[in-house]
Structures are given as structure tokens and as C-alpha cells.
Design a protein around this ligand. Structure first.
Ligand code: ZN
Length: 439
């Protein structure tokens, strides 16, 4: 197996993207910065404004700072081409700070956290953690506004208990009591210091916003360790949030590819927050964001109201989310006939109970795009005696009534704070997505 320079370069770009995006808010900010660097100009549309959309125009819409929809308006009418959509999610499971986060005891200040989605909690121990997210505050004009914050250095830690006090940890696994054992150590605390005041002071220093003006926040805990290549040939890579920033990154690479300058069809990338907690929110995949934006594109460009459902009937969505690669230490966790392997190509996920939206026609279409690109592909089916995960594909295809497929690249340790995947697969996925957009 040889890892080409271009495959490594694009994964390095992914790792830089992830390392700069420790919260869903930063994901959107980084995408916006990326768009600003493009030779083609991208226009931000506000949901509260009237939209004017031109064929060939490039636009994006952000909802509440952490979900984004980008689209390139096609040269042909929507009723002829439909929308070609790739969907993914901007959030990852982990820990989120509680509102009254700071508490003190025994000379230590700890920050209380809530569990967001389904992280592997044990992986959060003994890591160089910090915080990032959005702070809401009152500005000089007395308006409520917000600002992003990312504290770049190791700031917090959840130290393990020594094995001398937890003798069966290697037999029983590490079990953390969610209420009492998850608060993260931030600092020592002198008797006269108030925990909340000390934490506010830290936020003031790091954000440049006067503590008295800070009203609330959405702050995530993240791992400050940067992404890395590993393996004898550097054929693997590791980072946090591969699920699902790797899919966002591959879709963006496809959409921004210079070969797709003036597409016939309208091309859409939709990246949602809140997938890890079920997608039901104002900006989640089960909310109104994508239907609203697609309908407005149709209203701004179509000749009558019937055009929108007609366009949906011709549309297709690739729901891209990561897949579970075979791990030889745990052979019994996998269906023997549906093992998928790192560096062996994109995974088509199939589930008869519609936890994945793939069906025979969409699978045939996707596998055909793979063949056209000379990209290998694999099928994943979960063990029948284990509950299967799900993702945004079934929700969005149900909401819009469009044909859809669930795919994703194989990875290890999904929902660990340090996940890993294969270098070749990232480039494979980008190629297939480009083929979809130009098909
Ligand atoms: Zn995911």
C-alpha cells in the first residue's frame, strides 16, 4: 500500500481544520474563513433578508452560529436537476460546561460538566483538556451579542484514580460516576477565593470581555492535542472529532473543487449541529433549517409553487457520517460478513429498519459513482444482536421526501476523544463526492 502525497496533504488539511474547530461554533467560523479565501466569491445570505439568487452564484446560510448550508446555484432549472445534497454534522460527543460550573472544595476549583451525546467517558481522563465555544454578552451599545472563545493551552484535567485504589480497573474497566466524578480540575483555590469569581476572571482574561458583561455561554471541553499521522507508513491518522468533521471536510473539498465551476444542478452542503443528541432543534437535521433553505432557493428561482416539490422529487442526498472499522482485538463485535476495513474505501451503511436511509436504488447509484472513480467501497451491517446507531440520513430524507444514502469512512474508536482512521479513505470519499456533484 502506498500513501500518495496528495492523500497525505488533504488529510493534513483535515487535521488543521479539526484542530482549529474545537466547538461547532468554530467549525462554522473556520468554514466562513475558508470561503473568504476562495477565488470564487461566496455570499452570506441572512434568513431575515430577501434573497436574490443567480445561476452559478455561490451562497451560504448560517443558523445560530453552529449549522451551515452552502449551495452553488445550478445553471439549469431546479425542476430539471433537483438538488444534489451532501449532509453531515458539526457536533461531536463530549462534555459541556454547566451554567454554574465553578465549585470549590478541599482547596481545589472544579468545573461541573454535563455529558453531551454518547462519548466514551474513560477516554477523557488524563488528557490535556481545555474549553472552547460561544460567550453571550452585552456590548457597549447595550446589545446582546456573542463572541467565540478558544483557550489554546491545557487548562483542565480529569486525573485517573491510581490503580492502588482501583485494583480491578483492568478487569472491570473504568466506570465514572457521572454526577460526582466528572467535574474537571481547573485550579487550586485559596480559602478567601470564590470559585465563580475566579472562573469569571479567567473568562474575562481569555475573551477580552469584561466579566460583568458576560451573561451566558455554550462551552465545550476539548482536547488540546493536535492531530497526527501514525502507522509504519503513516497510513493512519488520529485526532478528536473525526466523527464527523472528516465528512464535513470531504464534502467541502468536493464542493470547492475548481473543476466544479458552473454546475448544471444546484449543489448543496448542509452541516448540522445537534446530531449527537438526536437532531431535534432549531438548527438540527430534524428541524426546519434544510427544508426552509431549499424552499427559499426554489421560491427565489422558480416560476411557480409546484416547482419546489417537483425539484425535491428529482433530488438526492448523501448523508455522510463515519463508520465502524474492524478492530482485530474485538472480532466478536462485528458481523463476520460485513467487516469494513480502514484504507479500503468508503462504507455504504445498510439497515433494514431504516436506521440508515440506504436502499437498493441509492446504493446502486453510489456504488456506480465509486466504480466510475475507481474507488473501492464496502458494505456495513451492524450485528443483529446489538442496537444499531443512526444518523441524519433517515431524518432528512423523511422530512424532504427525497432519495438518500448513508455512507461514511471507516474509523476506529468512534466517540473516543482520540479517534483514528485511514489516510487513503479520505481522498477516496472526496473523489466520489465530486463524482456525485458532477454526475
Ligand atoms: Zn457521527
Amino acid at each position: 500500500m502506498s500513501v500518495t502525497l496528495s492523500a497525505k496533504t488533504v488529510v493534513q488539511d483535515l487535521l488543521d481544520f479539526i484542530d482549529g474547530s474545537p466547538s461547532p461554533f468554530h467549525v462554522i467560523k473556520n468554514i466562513e474563513d475558508w470561503l473568504a479565501e476562495q477565488t470564487q466569491s461566496w455570499e452570506r445570505l441572512e434568513e431575515s433578508a430577501k434573497w436574490t439568487i443567480q445561476p452559478g452564484g455561490r451562497y451560504y446560510v448560517v443558523r445560530d452560529d453552529s449549522s451551515i448550508i452552502l449551495f452553488v446555484q445550478g445553471q439549469k432549472p431546479l425542476i430539471e436537476t433537483g438538488f444534489k445534497i451532501i449532509g453531515a454534522h458539526t457536533d461531536s460527543p463530549g462534555l459541556r460546561l454547566k451554567p454554574n460550573a465553578a465549585s470549590g472544595s478541599n482547596g481545589l476549583l472544579r468545573l461541573g460538566v454535563e455529558i453531551y451525546g454518547g462519548p466514551i467517558l474513560a477516554t477523557f481522563t488524563d488528557r490535556d483538556l481545555s474549553i472552547a465555544g460561544r460567550i453571550a454578552y452585552k456590548n457597549d451599545e447595550d446589545h446582546i451579542t456573542s463572541s467565540l472563545i478558544k483557550i489554546e493551552r491545557p487548562l483542565l484535567r480529569l486525573p485517573n484514580l491510581a490503580i492502588h485504589m482501583n485494583r480491578t480497573v483492568n478487569e472491570d474497566g473504568l466506570k465514572l460516576q457521572k454526577q460526582t466524578e466528572l467535574p474537571l480540575i481547573l485550579s487550586t483555590l485559596a480559602d478567601e477565593q470564590l470559585p465563580a469569581a475566579l472562573f469569571s476572571e479567567l473568562l474575562q482574561q481569555q475573551s477580552g470581555i469584561e466579566a460583568a458583561r458576560i451573561l451566558s455561554w455554550d462551552l465545550a471541553v476539548y482536547d488540546t492535542q493536535k492531530g497526527a499521522f501514525w502507522g509504519a507508513e503513516n497510513e493512519f491518522y488520529a485526532d478528536s472529532q473525526l466523527d464527523n468533521l472528516a465528512s464535513c471536510h470531504s464534502a467541502l473539498q468536493a464542493l470547492l473543487d475548481p473543476s466544479i465551476l458552473e454546475p448544471e444542478a444546484t449543489l448543496v452542503c448542509s452541516f448540522f449541529d445537534h446530531e449527537e443528541i438526536g437532531s431535534t432543534s432549531n438548527k438540527g437535521a430534524d428541524g426546519s433549517f434544510l427544508p426552509d433553505v431549499l424552499e427559499r432557493i426554489a421560491l427565489a428561482t422558480a416560476s411557480n409553487l409546484e416547482d419546489f416539490p417537483r425539484a425535491l422529487a428529482k433530488s438526492f442526498m448523501i448523508s455522510a457520517d463515519m463508520a465502524h472499522a474492524y478492530q482485530p482485538s474485538f472480532p466478536n463485535a462485528f458481523d463476520a460478513e460485513h467487516k469494513v476495513f480502514v484504507n479500503k474505501g468508503p462504507v455504504i451503511k445498510v439497515n433494514a429498519n431504516n436506521n440508515y436511509s440506504s436502499e437498493s436504488i441509492s446504493v446502486a447509484m453510489f456504488s456506480d459513482w465509486c466504480k466510475q472513480e475507481d474507488v473501492p467501497y464496502q458494505y456495513y451491517s451492524h450485528r443483529c444482536d446489538l442496537p444499531c446507531g443512526s444518523t441524519i440520513g433517515p431524518l432528512t430524507s423523511a422530512k424532504l421526501g427525497i432519495r438518500s444514502i448513508d455512507v461514511g469512512n471507516p474509523m476506529w474508536a468512534m466517540h473516543s476523544i482520540r479517534e483514528s482512521a485511514g489516510v487513503l479513505d479520505h481522498e477516496y470519499m472526496i473523489r466520489v463526492m465530486k463524482r456525485f456533484y458532477s454526475s
